[in-house]
Write a protein of this length. Structure first.
Lengths: 382, 294, 328
């Protein structure tokens, strides 16, 4: 009998909890703050991106509020977890729109979650800024309310291929990439296409799966092919192990990578193995630009860490959206969207304007790892 | 030829890790018929304990290894006491789901900000990597160490299982729990010891993997755990040397398919091989055929 | 009598639908809640199909998400490339999945216990890797541009239809034979029923239904990628049916509803909880399993008569303990 009672209590408890929280939204008040939703992977398989995203966007919001906010109101951030999963991301975005009544959304950190978010935003006429995913389809799938401030994979790959072939004069390249993830695959394929069209040859094209920690088999094959330059187009966590193992095996070729490398943890883990590697990224902490230097020192003071690609992109995303709201003069989604189209803003990652496809037009930074830090080399535009 | 030998060594190194984890899986599966999904998580937690010991207290390798093995043995025993013991007479699937819940708790619990946090951590160098060149083929001291630990652990376990009283009790419990209880064996204690040994081995694996692949994060146990589980099943349940052999076999197949067939399809191909093996040898590579009675 | 019962079901379904539409019109059920309801609906279909394989036939499948992905991809390709209407796309997904289930099930259903589970797990990974390697389907980059043709109404009636099909199947003589396979395979064989054939049929039916859910999912999210359907998804499905009670259809419904709701409820309680969401989810699963290892309903079904009995029991509990003990 006791059991029965427990059962009844449990069912009752769950039911009240569910209904209370789902239906329990208050009447809409006149908004005193401007709410911006952040849909980021706080849990799931990429929680580090979520943390960086929180840091970057919170820092930007605090700065904007210190300067008087937007339209005379304070900016309020609402963080929501997308679990780095497509279906969860769509639900999270809908929750931000319906329950929190946000005026715009920034997110997500990875393509898996970012792609399904776009259509929901466009349906509800809420602008979405996609900060660091580089997938080329995010804006076209998402619809007219989606704006991407990071360069896309084909653009990044073309710049990287140009620099490798024209400036570094390498002609024999190898690629080792993650087959189970969108970003490395897209970057690798785009690089192979650009590099070959310039006249270079890809002498080894190897892959691995997410969760692998031993890359010696593939690296042995690559070592045998003896390339001059090797591209590892993955996020820093996997790259750190790969470059370490490659150097341990005596591979001496030049290493190159993309914006996934732009996180200081890479150098912390891989140490000397990264020395001399070249990467394309959205910004360099060594960029002599005054604005960049101020951002880097403020960020370091705040979080005792060097800004990474993800945190910088979320920081910029906040500025882009707040600038658009200010220029639109209203929090109406359609008006903000129109204002976003005419964005012309100097950000940390360069001057951002949007093209017809709502991709950002901006310069790509080429950096080299020297003495354990990302040295600025040059900026290139495709 | 040189490359071929090289790839064999790579395969062995990969397989040793699966083998260490597979032994724990196999023992637990043998004794309470549970796919202990939290096993991979214990391995992950122990890598973090090792990280803590090495960076904060800068202990030498042997000390770290012993402390971590003891700590993870304790964690394994606690998990059993808290989550599995109340469910011992329940359907096996319920136990299995609890194990999934447990691994969720460990993975997501450790990744809160004041513990490990969401970022991957660099694992400190406890033993400097040295590469030995033998006839043009290079092999590192860590690879040798891991392989040695696997072999020694297997031998010790085998001795323990067949030469000691507790080991004997363990075999009896895995054969028939009720009969064992009737013979005066403390079943709860035996199961606790099994968990302690299995988790202790996972702890050793955590440290060795941390040293070999010095990037640790809260999800590092998922894929190795999966492959080790398959190795345990493939070897034949509850058979320690078989689990070791099939762990190494899986690493070996993986390396060979990556090297000579396709690195894109390597996981799929090794799974296909496993399925084929099981179809033709349904009781596992080294398992005994059981006759089913009504 | 039978017709009357069917009429009652039909009317109650229509009333439930009307109520839902009413709530939507009143604005109590907003878009967010609708999204959750759709997720619940899709998960219910998945749980029912998995329950058929695991709960009724007794084969612990750990690769159920693979059949979902096959259904999702097949129906998505059919919609995008052949411009078939939604229902046709879904059917194509079901057919493809059924055929593959037959091919795969034939050899591996002969295996016992853990070996069968391992093979399904392996099969799940193989399907994932295969999709990642088919570049025309986008590989790891996923498949985009699927028309968003699934809405709440469609999911609602799909759930009702699938539920009716599954319950009728389970209560038929076919279903009873499936249960006997679970309880004792050799005895089933002795009764003259080929256990393997029944296991095959159960497995294929389950795979077809989950492919249907996969199709719904693809046409709702409009973007699918292979890693969405990995083994952790398969284990997530298992938690649905185990929590509700293995072998109970209504239990599957309750289990999947609760487990889909928990993360969303936690989301709404406090944003501070975001970081701990999946941790709490794990704790809840463990606690539920410890206190109710046979699942919320066990192998029983939730029926109106059962609820009545339950209410009477609870009432009499408050009335006085002794009385019941006498009755029992």
């Amino acid at each position: 009998m006791k059991k029965l009672f427990k059962k009844a209590l449990a069912v009752l408890g769950v039911a009240t909890l569910a209904l209370g929280s789902l239906a329990g939204c208050g009447a809409a008040k006149e908004a005193e703050t401007i709410k911006i939703g952040l849909c980021i992977p706080i849990t799931g398989n990429m929680p580090d991106s979520g943390k960086l995203a929180t840091w970057g966007s919170q820092m930007a919001a605090d700065e904007i509020n210190a300067k008087g906010g937007v339209l005379g109101k304070k900016v309020e951030l609402v963080f929501e977890d997308d679990n780095n999963k497509g279906d969860k991301a769509a639900t999270a975005v809908q929750k931000l729109i319906d329950k929190d009544k946000v005026v715009a959304i920034v997110g997500s950190a990875h393509t898996v979650a970012a792609l399904p978010m776009g259509p929901v935003c466009t349906q509800n006429k809420i602008p979405l800024i996609s900060p660091n995913p580089t997938n080329v389809k995010i804006t076209s799938v998402g619809g007219e309310y989606v704006f991407q401030i990071q360069f896309t994979d084909p653009v990044q790959a073309a710049v990287l291929a140009d620099y490798t072939y024209d400036d570094l004069k390498y002609t024999k390249a190898a690629v080792l990439y993650n087959i189970s993830n969108d970003y490395p695959k897209a970057l690798a394929e785009a690089f192979v296409a650009s590099f070959e069209s310039k006249g270079g040859t890809i002498i080894a094209n190897e892959t691995y799966n997410e969760g692998d920690t031993d890359f010696k088999v593939q690296l042995t094959k690559i070592k045998e092919a003896d390339p001059e330059v090797i591209l590892f187009p993955d996020l820093y966590a996997n790259v750190s192990l790969i470059v370490k193992q490659a150097r341990e095996m005596g591979i001496t070729a030049q290493f190159i990578g993309g914006d996934g490398w732009a996180n200081h943890k890479l150098i912390d883990i891989a140490g000397d193995a990264t020395e001399g590697a070249i990467l394309t990224t959205s910004m360099s902490v060594e960029d002599p630009d005054e604005k960049v230097q101020k951002f880097v020192s403020d960020y370091k003071a705040l979080y005792q860490d060097e800004p990474a690609n993800t945190s910088t992109m979320f920081y910029d995303a906040m500025y882009v959206i707040c600038d658009a709201i200010e220029r639109a003069g209203t929090t109406d989604g359609a008006a903000i969207k129109e204002a976003l189209k005419t964005t012309d803003l100097d950000c940390i990652t360069g001057n951002i304007t949007f093209d017809e496809e709502r991709h950002a037009n901006k310069e790509i930074v080429i950096a080299q790892i020297e003495n354990g830090s990302y040295k600025f080399i040059t900026k290139k535009k495709h | 030829m040189k490359i071929f030998i090289h790839q064999i060594i790579n395969g062995f190194a990969l397989g040793s890790v699966y083998a260490l984890l597979a032994i724990g899986y196999s023992m637990v599966y043998g004794i309470i018929n549970l796919v202990n999904f939290a096993h991979g998580s214990v391995y992950m937690v122990s890598a973090f304990i090792g990280l803590f010991l090495a960076t904060r207290l800068s202990l030498p390798f042997t000390m770290i290894l012993i402390i971590v093995m003891l700590a993870s043995a304790f964690i394994g025993m606690s998990i059993e006491k808290i989550a599995y013991k109340p469910l011992r007479n329940s359907p096996k699937v319920a136990l299995f789901i609890t194990a999934i819940g447990m691994s969720m708790v460990l993975e997501n619990g450790l990744r809160v900000n004041f513990l490990a946090g969401p970022n991957p951590w660099p694992f400190p160098t406890i033993i400097e990597t040295v590469n030995y060149e033998i006839g043009g083929v290079s092999i590192s001291n860590l690879q040798i160490l891991t392989f040695a630990v696997v072999v020694v652990c297997t031998l010790l376990l085998q001795l323990f299982l067949f030469k000691t009283k507790t080991g004997c009790a363990m075999r009896v419990v895995s054969y028939d729990k009720d009969a064992a209880a009737l013979m005066g064996i403390n079943v709860n204690k035996v199961i606790s010891i099994t968990f302690a040994i299995g988790s202790g081995l996972a702890g050793a694996a955590g440290i060795l993997v941390g040293m070999m692949y010095p990037k640790i994060d809260t999800l590092m146990g998922v894929m190795p755990g999966l492959k080790a589980f398959i190795a345990a099943i493939m070897g034949g349940i509850g058979n320690v040397p078989a689990a070791m052999f099939s762990g190494i076999f899986i690493g070996f197949t993986e390396a060979m398919t990556k090297a000579y067939v396709s690195s894109r399809m390597s996981d799929a191909i090794s799974f296909i091989i496993l399925i084929i093996i099981l179809i033709f040898k349904p009781e596992g590579l080294f398992g005994k055929k059981k006759i089913e009675k009504v | 009598m039978k017709i009357k019962k069917k009429l009652i079901i039909l009317i109650s379904v229509l009333i439930a639908y009307g109520l839902l539409q009413g709530l939507i019109a009143l604005g109590i059920v907003d878009n967010y809640f609708r999204r959750i309801l759709v997720s619940i609906g899709i998960n219910i279909i998945i749980a029912l199909s998995l329950n058929l394989i695991v709960g009724i036939t007794g084969q612990l499948s750990m690769g159920h998400a693979a059949f979902m992905s096959i259904g999702a991809y097949a129906s998505a390709v059919s919609s995008v490339a052949l411009h078939t209407p939604l229902v046709v796309s879904l059917l194509i997904g079901c057919i493809v999945s059924g055929i593959i289930a037959a091919i795969v099930g034939y050899p591996i259903l002969r295996l016992k216990g853990g070996y069968f589970s391992m093979c399904t797990l392996g099969f799940g990974e193989i399907v994932k890797v295969a999709f990642q390697n088919i570049d025309s389907l986008g590989g790891a980059r996923g498949y985009t541009g699927i028309p968003a043709s699934v809405n709440l109404t469609f999911v609602f009636f799909s759930v009702v239809i699938v539920f009716l099909i599954v319950t009728n199947l389970v209560n038929s003589s076919f279903g009873r034979t499936l249960r006997s396979v679970k309880d004792n395979e050799i005895a089933t064989e002795a009764m003259g029923n080929k256990a393997q054939n029944y296991k095959m049929l159960g497995f294929i039916t389950g795979s077809i239904i989950v492919a249907f859910a996969g199709g719904l999912y693809a046409h709702y999210i409009t973007y699918i990628e292979p890693a969405m359907f990995n083994y952790s998804k398969s284990t997530e499905f298992l938690t649905f049916i185990v929590l509700g009670g293995i072998g109970s259809n209504t239990g599957s419904i309750i289990g999947s509803t609760i487990l889909t709701l928990i993360p969303e409820v936690l989301r709404n309680i406090s944003s501070e909880l975001n970081e701990l969401r999946m941790f709490i989810y794990g704790v809840i699963i463990i606690i539920m399993m410890i206190f109710r290892p046979q699942g919320l309903l066990g192998t029983n079904e939730l029926t109106i008569a059962g609820i009545k009995r339950f209410i009477i029991k609870v009432k009499s509990r408050f009335a006085g303990k002794n009385k019941i003990q006498k009755e029992v």
